[in-house]
Each structure stands twice: as C-alpha cells, then as structure tokens.
Ligand binder design. Structure first.
Ligand SMILES: [Zn+2]
Length: 405
C-alpha cells in the first residue's frame, strides 16, 4: 500500500541551510560506510568506562541531528523542535503515487525528545548484541514508523569458522568478567549422546561464549562424568544446568533426567511462550513431569523438570550471536581450535536463508541441509536457550505490547 501511495512525508527546514528535509535516523551504508546525516551520538567507547558501564547521561547529552544535505548541526530542545514543526509540511515523495492512497508519514524524531529516543535505541542495540532483536524491531516500527526487515539488522554472513584460539578442556578465566556460567546440553540418539559443555560470560558488558567440551558418548554415566568434572549443578527441579533433548525417546529421557537431577528440553514449533509474569520468552515455564505416572512407581513422587523452547527462535539467536564481533574484532561466540570437522559440520547443518513475505517484508528462515548429522548443532541451540534462561540472552518480545509511539 505504501509503495502505491503518495508517500507524503513530514519535512522541516534545516536550521543551517534552510532546505526542506525529512528527519531520518540514518542513511543506508554505501560500500560499508554510513553517509553523513541523521541522528548522531557518542560512540560506545566514548561513553563506556573500564568496567563496561555505560554513562547514560553522557549518551543523552551527546545527541544531535546532522542535516543530510549540508551536514549542519541541530541540537534538541522542545522549543526548537516545535519551531521547526511550525514551518514544516508534508511533501509527496512518490510522484506517481495513486491519489486515492494518501499516506502520511512522520517519525518520532519530529515530536519525541531526542535524548529519550537515543536511550531507547541504545537499549535496543544492547539487546541485539545479546541475540535479541525484538527491541530493535519495536523501535523501528514504533519510533521510526518504518517497515521492519529482519535481514537489515542481521549480518548475512554467519561466521562458519569461529575458532577461538584455545583447546577443548581448557578452563576459561576471562579478565574483567564474572565467573563464566557453564551448561551441559545433550542431543539424544538411539544408543549414544552428543554432549556440549559451553561457558557463557559477560565481559565488559559484552556477552561472550566458549566451547569447553564436545563429545559423543555411549552412556549416561559418561555424561555425568563430564558434568561432575566441570562442577555443573545437577539438582533437578531445584536447579540444574544439565539439559537433555527429550524429543526422541521422551519417556526414557525423562526418567534419566529425574534419576540424575537433570532437566528435559523439548524443541517446539512455537515462536515463544507466555509466562506467568505475562512476558513472552523463547522458552516455557518449567513443567513438572511425574515420571512414575501409570507405572508401579506412581507413588514414588519422582519428577522431571521439562522446558519447551522455540526451535526457530533458538536458531535465530544462535545465528545472530555467531555473527557478532567485539570492539576489537573478535567473534563473541567461539569454539575450540580442535573441536574437529564433525563438530564444525554439524553446527552448520542449519542454514539461514533470507525470505520475502507476500507483503514485501524480509525475514530469515532456516533449512536443515544435513538433518541426519546435526547433533552438535542441536546441542548448541539448547545452549542458547540455557543462556536465555540465565538472563544472558535477552527476554523475547518483552515490550512488544507496550504502546508508546
Ligand atoms: Zn542543512
């Protein structure tokens, strides 16, 4: 509809050159460089201290608008914003627009305080760096009044090689970070298991992750040995950082989990799950499965904790996290140099492909090009859900319902 319409867009006169311009957030990059013009603000380096704490006041004070024509500077205050709007008008952007589709467009730069906008933008980009695009989507739709194209905000190139310069079995003691959190996840096959132990840590405000172990084992005892070796919590429904995929051989996996103090994961087609607190997350609340049900042990009171998660959202977050680099150009999500070719092949079994919806929006979908051989990839998806449950990867869609536009 917008494409066919007159596309009348709100313009103001630049304080510096006097030309009529629409407020833009920023122009699309040309050859990797963003042209001048749009909302400008201090870089992450300028507003972040050594501990990774952001000076929000400094960020808010740094914001201004740069004219996309003369590169002149316009500062924000309510009176100036109002004055510019007084002499503003809608200009038809689509010369061949169908006059029966009069569409008017303006964005929040025309009416909202810029310090507030930049705060929301920064929060959204921080969430993005944690693998959560929902805040950015909310910002683009509601503040910028633009269509959301997921593919514009994710790098097309997922790093297929993310060797981190360390070996399997190495303890990770990052400088300037908290103690890393370790999770063990496990893909279940008929008579063997693919186990991944991965560590997650926020270092100077940036989430980073390392592969600690990856192993194909043939017994439950071998999984327990790995969990014990890394002192990973195994207290069942009272707290466990060991998770088994329960989509195959469900009943048996639930019993193994209950016996060992582990949890069960069930990948699901849902995009997210509503929790008791009203928020939607990529994983469900814990369900308690009475594994004695229908058997002689029914009175035994043995329970397995089970969590459902969105396969699609987990894949999306994993691929987003795998495309992010730190300020010094290192991948945030890595694996050991000797993780091996089987591991490397399996974690890349799922391929992200850009698709276009009938309404023209672009989004990502995933196809499994190696479905018989994606086991470590499944264990890595589960790891992302673990990180989300630990609050390291953002809450999904938390503010999508909030109407503040
Ligand atoms: Zn100008």
């Amino acid at each position: 509809m917008w494409t066919r319409s007159t596309q009348r867009t709100w313009h103001i006169k630049c304080d510096c050159c006097g030309e009529e311009i629409p407020y833009i957030w920023k122009l699309p990059a040309i050859n990797g460089k963003v042209p001048p013009g749009g909302i400008r603000y201090a870089s992450t380096k300028e507003i972040t201290d050594e501990e990774g704490t952001i000076d929000w006041v400094k960020l808010r004070e740094s914001v201004y608008y740069q004219c996309q024509l003369c590169e002149g500077r316009m500062d924000w205050n309510a009176a100036d914003q109002d004055r510019r709007n007084q002499s503003g008008r809608y200009i038809q952007m689509n010369e061949n627009g169908d006059p029966s589709y009069e569409f008017f467009n303006y964005n929040a730069i025309a009416h909202a305080p810029w310090p507030e906008l930049i705060t929301k933008w920064k929060e959204a980009t921080i969430a993005r760096s944690r693998g959560d695009l929902s805040k950015l989507e909310n910002f683009v739709r509601k503040q910028l009044a633009e269509a959301w194209n997921e593919s514009d905000y994710m790098s097309d190139e997922v790093q297929e090689n993310a060797r981190g310069g360390y070996l399997l079995g190495e303890k990770w003691e990052p400088e300037g970070g908290d103690e890393p959190l370790l999770f063990l996840t496990c893909d279940v096959q008929k008579d063997h298991y693919y186990v991944v132990v991965r560590a997650w840590c926020v270092i100077n405000g940036v989430l980073q992750s390392r592969l600690i172990e990856r192993e194909k084992v043939v017994s439950v005892g071998a999984i327990r040995d790995l969990a014990d070796k890394w002192q990973i919590t195994q207290n069942g429904i009272r707290g466990s950082r060991v998770f088994m995929d329960g989509n195959y051989n469900t009943g048996q996996v639930q019993r193994i989990a209950a016996d060992n103090g582990w949890m069960v994961f069930r990948g699901d087609k849902a995009m997210d799950f509503r929790h008791q607190d009203g928020l939607r997350r990529i994983y469900s609340d814990v369900q308690y499965i009475d594994i004695g049900e229908g058997t002689r042990e029914a009175k035994g009171g043995r329970y397995a904790g089970q969590v459902r998660f969105s396969k699609h959202s987990a894949l999306n977050r994993l691929s987003l996290i795998r495309s992010i680099k730190t300020e010094d150009d290192k991948m945030v999500w890595t694996y050991a140099d000797n993780a091996g070719s089987v591991y490397e092949r399996q974690i890349n079994a799922w391929h992200r492909i850009s698709k276009t919806a009938p309404d023209g929006k672009r989004f990502y979908d995933f196809i499994n090009r190696d479905s018989k051989d994606d086991h470590y990839g499944d264990a890595e998806q589960q790891q992302v859900v673990c990180a989300a449950m630990a609050g390291l990867v953002g809450v999904s869609g938390a503010d999508n319902s909030e109407d503040d536009a």
